[in-house]
Ligand binder design. Structure first.
Ligand SMILES: Nc1ncnc2c1ncn2[C@@H]1O[C@H](COP(=O)(O)OP(=O)(O)OP(=O)(O)O)[C@@H](O)[C@H]1O
Ligand SMILES: [Mg+2]
Length: 362
């Protein structure tokens, strides 16, 4: 659902901003400490009800203020304008989230209609970091594209929690084994959805890899979360003594991972930082393309500090790739990258001390 306008009040150093976005490429230019990341964080807050910078959302309230809000006007598939608003008060630990003035109680319903893909300057960690980030990105796509995944995942998560609770009570082997039948069924369902998604996801990544990295031999290998060549049922039975000792379930789809290989080498160990960044962008963008192809849904792409640690050619290829995506994109940059953006004719904003000016020339 495209975001047409945003109204931000008392969010970090942004006292008040009223912004109208283009449905294509929006470029925010500003010096260090001007408010670029604050804007991306505020918009992300509206889409996800979370901050990627802090668990403590009170920190986002401007120092002098007692409350903040981020409000957006979205246009739905029928062309109707929808107002969403998230508000935080200093004296209250929860936020108020409304859509057309009615409280949103089920966040996943909102996220389904207004998906956002966030790409930060630490995107290289998607490749170099722990499996958690890769699982999160994979599940972002599976959640949006495979309709039954949400139910399967919720069932599996509940069973995992219950199994771990059971292990904490040092139960009889038979009790856990009976429980494991349901656990295995749910785990296999989650795995099936993820594998189906990866089969669609890989060709899109290869296509973008060709354009941005000049490399189409990108291979994704899905590791299910338990050893190859053995069933999960067998694995759980073999590791029950250990699971009981550590009071935790060691194997299952909650431990899945994706390894990425470019050419012959594992990108986690062999790719340079810049290459990992480009790969992170490619993997994120590929999910949004798939979402558009499979669900005819437009998401928004939020990129902070796009050019950081990238050379001119890599930045240019990345900018051109983002500009061809079927989604609105909001990108921040310190310099505007020496005219690299001119070719794609972006909608430009400048920001200084938290104050935004719209439509000046690049
Ligand atoms: N709660 C807050 N109230 C007021 N100001 C804040 C608050 N939190 C952070 N700031 C300030 O907001 C300013 C803008 O921060 P922001 O991270 O958005 O800058 P930026 O433009 O992304 O800079 P950089 O290019 O260095 O990443 C900083 O000076 C920061 O100290
Ligand atoms: Mg920043």
């Amino acid at each position: 659902m495209p975001l047409e306008k945003a109204h931000i009040k008392n969010f970090r150093n942004i006292e008040e901003a009223l912004l109208t976005f283009d449905n294509g490429f929006n470029l925010i230019i500003g010096d260090n400490r001007s408010g670029k990341t604050s804007l991306i964080e505020a918009l992300h807050f509206l889409f996800s009800y979370r901050s990627f910078r802090t668990q403590n959302l009170q920190e986002t309230i401007s120092q002098h203020a007692s409350q903040n809000f981020v409000q957006g006007i979205f246009i739905n598939a029928a062309g109707k304008r929808i107002k969403a608003r998230v508000e935080r008060r200093r004296n209250n630990t929860s936020s108020v989230f409304t859509c057309d003035d009615s409280a949103i109680t089920k966040l996943s319903n909102w996220v389904k209609h207004a998906p956002a893909m966030l790409v930060n300057s630490d995107i290289h960690q998607l490749i170099s970091g722990s499996p958690q980030g890769r699982r999160k990105l994979l599940d972002w796509g599976v959640f949006h594209v495979e309709p039954l995944f949400e139910v399967s995942w919720k069932t599996f998560s509940r069973l995992l929690k219950q199994r771990n609770a059971l292990l904490k009570r040092s139960p009889e082997k038979e009790v856990v084994t009976t429980w494991d039948k349901l656990f295995v069924e749910a785990a296999e369902e989650v795995t099936r959805h993820r594998e189906m998604h990866i089969a669609k996801y890989t060709p899109v990544i290869c296509e973008l890899g060709k354009r941005v990295l000049g490399e189409e031999q990108i291979k994704l290998t899905y590791h299910r979360g338990w050893p190859e060549g053995v069933s999960l049922k067998e694995t759980l039975s073999l590791t029950l003594a250990r699971d009981t000792k550590i009071k935790n379930t060691e194997y299952g789809p909650h431990r899945a991972d994706i390894s990425v290989t470019i050419g012959k080498g594992s990108s986690r160990y062999f790719s340079s930082r810049g290459e990992q960044k480009l790969l992170g962008y490619i993997m994120s963008a590929a999910q949004t393309i798939l979402l558009n192809q499979e669900k005819d849904l437009q998401c928004i792409i939020l990129c902070d500090d796009l050019e950081s640690e990238l050379d001119e050619n890599s930045s240019r290829l990345l900018i051109e790739m983002l500009a061809t995506l079927p989604h609105p994109t909001i990108v921040t940059s310190i310099t505007g990258a020496g005219g690299l953006y001119k070719k794609i004719d972006p909608h430009v904003f400048h920001v200084k001390h938290g104050v935004f000016s719209q439509n000046p020339s690049l």
